[in-house]
Design a protein around this ligand. Sequence first.
Ligand SMILES: C[S@@+](CC[C@H](N)C(=O)[O-])C[C@H]1O[C@@H](n2cnc3c(N)ncnc32)[C@H](O)[C@@H]1O
Length: 269
Amino acid sequence: MSQNRQLQELYYEDYMQKGRCRHQDWSQRWQNKIIGWHLSQVNPYLNENYQVYLKNNDNPHSSIFVPLCGKSLDMIWLAQKGHQVVGVEVVEQPCHDFFKENEITYKVQDLQGVEGKILTSQDPKINITIYNCDYFALTSSLLGFRFDSVWDRAAFVAISPDLHSNYAKHLASLMAPSGRGLLIAVDYDINEHIHPGPPFYTPDTLVHSIFSPFTSVQRLSSFLLTASPPTTLFYTLPFTSKILIELEDVLRQMHERYIAVSAAFLDMS
Ligand SMILES: C[S@@+](CC[C@H](N)C(=O)[O-])C[C@H]1O[C@@H](n2cnc3c(N)ncnc32)[C@H](O)[C@@H]1O
């Protein structure tokens, strides 16, 4: 192992130890208004890529999941397009702030069997529900359906590195077989700059290794948002393609077996 590589692994281990952000830390951020990630406008990448990667032409009311939603205005933009929008957010304050600040009337109910609340828009033109609970507590049986699309902005990168694999597995369990999504990750030179996160270090290799058991992963672009790192990585996750890839694998294996059996049969004759 080269010295460089050893150094990198040492740093990464160190990073995994430091890279923790728990519910309490998020609560404090919201309480102290340290919410630099919150945009006062719709995310421009959502705007640019929605038509191709999220919109379902067969169903204008398709469901869109916004994990770790904070009080993101993207939810309103998506709901105004006619979608059924569902967010999940563990801290109570931004859930209420979202409806209040946007003057959307809403009702609050207890969640059944899970610690948390459900906040639902009462505006017939805005179909938005926020589950105020832990992301991992939101299951397809609690929801009663699976999502058509997911818009992951500042969600995967906000999850502590030790939970990245569980995050992807859980996301896959919430998606419909034809589901698809957009994901933003961040990369920088970890040897140069150990940023304790969030946003956590999620380079291209990590995004591929974490998500590829569940979906094919296609990088759409990578760019610097500011003059210096981190680099923003932008992906599409066509969960359907994973199913097609698996189907192709099965068909290829069947074809290979067929060729082998045919060859054996010809040998015998
Ligand atoms: C970086 S912010 C991003 C918010 C939003 N996606 C946006 O783009 O504005 C991450 C949010 O996830 C919430 N959060 C962190 N861990 C969570 C978890 N396990 N379950 C649900 N929400 C969580 C935090 O409270 C915070 O509001």
